[in-house]
Design a protein around this ligand. Sequence first.
Ligand SMILES: [Fe+2]
Length: 328
Amino acid sequence: MIYISKKSGQDFKILNLADVQMGKNEWEPTHKFRQIFDTTLDELVSRVKPDLITMTGDQAWCGDSESLEELAKKLDTYGIPYALVWGNHDQDGGKEKLSQSEKVFFSHSLFRYESGPSELGYGNYVIGIKEGDKLVHALIMMDSHDHAHCYDSEGKEIFAWGTTPAWGKLYPEQIEWYKEQVKMLKEMGCPSSSIFMHIPCFAYHAAFDSAFAGDTTAISVADSYKAESWKQGYQDSFGVKYEGICSFPQEDGVFDAVVESDHTKHIIVGHDHKNCFSVVYKGVRLSFAMKTGAGCYWTPELNGGSVLTINESGAVFSHEIVDVSSLL
Ligand SMILES: [Fe+2]
């Protein structure tokens, strides 16, 4: 477990970046994507003044070490610790490249990360936020892998949402590991936790369908903050869904374990660049992190980062949008 200290009586702020995913040439100082990323991150750091920066995966394409090095160098300029989980595109260069990606970041002193048990993948670990001797919150960082085979009741493989095999999910062994971490955190007196991973769990579908009051998903970001956009009981939701939810296509058992834990209050994911909804479902806030920068595909109106603010009352999730229209 990694510990990071929170100052007494002050909010602890986590700034999350999602799906930076820029290629080598896009990191060139003259490239528009580089300028968009630098402007976005400079603005986010100056606005939020984070104590920790997290990244919810797809930091680069296929374990591209040079791009990861550029990203780490940029993060180093702020002097703020940073942590991450890996996304599907961080893994599609193979396990060796993923090990290499870990090494790139390990050479940077502000990087906070553990590989975790090797049978569970890469980067299953816990960050404890401590005020004095007391744990006030924990970040449970989990590897949602890249793809997973999915079969129907007759044993036929399901090819869903444009990928073969389907999008990845947490292994059953990871769910057991998660339960052990929560048990340990409770024994340590830690009152609550948040899960950070890349690919949403299956419950994101039911959460959005339960909460959204519209018959179309084409509402503006501004309208998504109006109570009338959400059904009764879900009016503290916000954010939009501009594309299909790209999860593993069948129930994965994650959300039941989270609800049963009675400890994890947030799940924060990346992966879908045009989704940023945040809904409290069965007592857990399920959120898509705001996409950061123009890498891969994006919508300029959904550019920025997300913030998890931790204090004595718990953890609050919000988005920060950065307008980069002057750079387009
Ligand atoms: Fe992804």
